[in-house]
Design a binder for this molecule. Sequence first.
Ligand code: SF4
Length: 290
Amino acid sequence: MRVRAPSANTRYFEVKSLVREGNLNTICEEARCPNIAECWGRGTATFQILGDICTRACRYCFVHSGRPDSPPDPLEPLRLAQAAAKMRLSHVVVTSVDRDDVPDRGAGHYAATIRALRRKLPAATVEVLTPDFLGVEDEALATVVEARPDVFGHNIETVRRLHPRMRGAKASYDKALWLLRRVKGLARYDVLTKSGIIVGLGETNDEVVETMRDLRAHRVDVVTIGQYLQPSPKHATIDRWVHPDEFRWFREQGEALGFGSVFSGPLVRSSYRAEEQRHAAETGRGAVAY
Ligand code: SF4
C-alpha cells in the first residue's frame, strides 16, 4: 500500500490552517488516517466533534481514551460550520468521540452542528457518523434525526464473533444493527444509512459477508470495507493483509446483497470519498472498489 505525502500543490495546507484556525479536531488526524494527504489535498476533511478524548477504548482505534475534563463546547458547531464554508464543502462529514459522560451522549451537539451547517452552507449535504449513545439510544437518535442529516452512519466495525473482544462490554453488535434500522424508522424523509467494517482483525471472509447480510437485513444502504492498520504496539495486532482480489470479492458480495454503494479496498475508511459514496448510492451507480 502506498499513500501520498502532503503536497504544497494541493489544498492540504489550506485545510490544515482552517482546522487550526477553527480550533477543531478531525478524525483524519486523531486516528492517523493514511488518506490524509489525499483527502485534505482535495480540500475535504472529516470533523470530529465533542472533544478529543473518547470514553471508550476500542482495541483498534488510536483516538485518545479517558475521561474528558470539560463539557461539549457550545461554540464548536458554529466554528465547524464557518470552517466548512471556507473550505467550500458540498458534503460535510461529522463524527465524534464517544461521550458516555454527558447525559445525552452528545446527541444535542450533533443536532446543533447539523443546524449550524444548514444555516452556513444550505446547499451542502451533511453526513454524521455517530457513536451508539449508550443508554439513551432512542431519545438521542430522535434528536439527531430531527435535524435531518442526509446520511446517518454508525460503524459496526467488526464481525459478531470479534465484537466483544475488540469493542469492549459497552458496545454491542446487535445494538449497532438496531440503531441503523431505528434511524430508518424514525426519519420522515429519505435518509441514507451507512456502516463500515474493518478487516484484518481476525475475521474470516465468510464472517464479513455475514456482517454485510446483517446490515442489509437492517436496511443499510452503504457499506465500506477497509484494511485494519495497527496504530501502535498497544493496539490489536494485524491478523492478515487482505488481498485486493478479496476486497473485490467483498464488493461483488455486497452488490449481490443489494447495497446502494459498496466501497471496498485496503485504504477505504467510512469517510473516504464520502460524497462519492453518497452519490453512488443515490444514483444507483452501484459499488466501487479501490
Ligand atoms: S478517509 Fe476520512 S478520516 Fe481519512 S483522511 Fe479521508 S476524510 Fe479524513
